[in-house]
Design a binder for this molecule. Structure first.
Ligand SMILES: *Cc1c(COP(=O)(O)O)cnc(C)c1O
Length: 379
């Protein structure tokens, strides 16, 4: 079955009791048992809940994986995936990963004896060179945030597999509609379902998908033990979002490509970062490992921070906000917002300059978004 059919039907058969075509919100903490000897499938909602289970199996299918696990946030999902590590282990991660994942590696894992080396996103060789005998996990985020750099998932997974290293990919920016890391050889996919998967900026959530039984066992055990699980209602919201993922992603992409092409020619713009542009240094890799280029684009403005401030103050449709992947277009300054907590040195190492503006292209009319950006750039 095709992606959009799976998103609507699989794991979500009509409720056997009532015929309800949407999975009911099982808003319950616990489940009554028939007898002391009873071992029901569901007995306590931290361990398992039918609404969450429907979401977990749909997520697994969309990523072409065997097992899905849902979490209370994207960072909770990331930390859960990192439970494959123990003290003394080493991680190789991309140098342009989500700020919250960087914070987990540096502030949560390092004090517990897990060290992380950061490699240049675009270079498979840099990842390989950073591997040590203690390396147990390679953490990729592609396209990266905010520079939309790509990492070759297949090349790195191949190297990792030969050395018994687990490869995890944060697939939040692409969504499974445009990129399926497990098909490219990765072991684990991580999502912030807060973004495209739910798609309406109304929920915080995360997910982990894997086909590896051993890894699934570790992460599932952690899910129940640590307890960062999503509420049934939040699971339902993500499930609803997934049903329209395909049409939303196609529209996000079409508008992003239109605006990226236009902005690239604008005299106030120094550079546009968007994998769908033929000027993107890794456009070839993008066409190979992605089936579409997504709705995120970053621009570097010629006028530095003052130009960024002017653009942000001038737009009327774009909302100045963190996050991405919702129906409404958002604008952000990576240096001042998403990566604002890093030291200037850390930002410099990541190539995050003050003149960057990150745009999450929503589902408004592309013509209206174009008008808005142009008036703000010229205003
Ligand atoms: C937002 C985001 C996260 C973290 O997700 P939360 O739901 O905010 O916890 C992780 N990775 C990427 C790429 C993100 O954009």
């Amino acid at each position: 079955m095709q992606f959009e059919t799976l998103a609507i039907h699989d794991g979500q058969a009509p409720d056997p009791q009532t015929g309800s075509v949407t999975v009911p919100v099982y808003q319950t903490s616990t489940f009554g048992r028939e007898a002391l000897s009873d071992r029901p499938e569901f007995f306590y909602s931290r361990i398992g809940n039918p609404t969450r289970q429907a979401l977990e199996s749909t997520l697994a299918l969309l990523e072409n994986g065997r097992h899905g696990l849902a979490f209370a946030s994207g960072v909770a999902a990331a930390l859960a995936a990192m439970q494959v590590l123990k003290p003394g282990d080493h991680v190789v991660a991309g140098n342009d990963i989500y700020g919250g994942s960087y914070r987990i590696f540096e502030q949560l894992l390092r004090p517990w004896g897990v060290s992380t080396t950061y490699a240049e996103n675009e270079s498979s060789e840099a990842y390989t060179a950073a591997v040590t005998p203690a390396t147990k996990l390679i953490w990729l985020e592609t396209p990266s945030n905010p520079l939309l750099q790509l990492t070759d998932i297949r090349a790195i997974s191949d190297v990792a597999k030969k050395r018994g290293i687990v490869t995890a990919v944060d697939n939040t920016f692409s969504s499974p509609y445009f990129q399926r890391p497990l098909d490219l050889g990765a072991d684990i996919v991580v999502h912030s379902t807060t973004k495209y998967l739910s798609g309406h900026s109304d929920v915080i959530g995360g997910a982990v998908v894997t086909s590896d039984e051993q890894l699934h066992k570790i992460i599932k055990n952690y899910q129940g033990a640590a307890g960062a699980v999503p509420a049934p209602w939040d699971c339902w919201l993500v499930l609803r979002g997934l049903k329209t993922l395909k049409i939303r992603m196609k529209e996000h992409e079409a508008s992003a490509l239109h605006l990226a092409t236009l902005l690239e020619k604008h005299p106030a713009v120094e550079r546009v970062f968007y994998p769908g542009l033929s000027s993107h240094p890794q456009h070839g890799l993008a066409k190979e490992q992605m089936s579409g280029f997504g709705g995120m684009l970053t621009i570097a403005l010629k006028g530095g921070l003052p130009a960024v401030e002017k653009l942000i103050a001038g737009v009327k449709l774009f909302v100045l906000a963190d996050s991405l992947g919702g129906v409404e277009s958002l604008i952000a300054s990576p240096a001042k917002m998403t990566l604002g907590a890093l030291t200037p040195e850390e930002r410099r190492r990541r190539g995050c300059t003050d003149n960057l503006v990150r745009l999450s292209i929503g589902l408004e009319s592309a013509a209206d978004l174009e008008t808005d950006l142009l008036q703000a750039l010229e205003g």
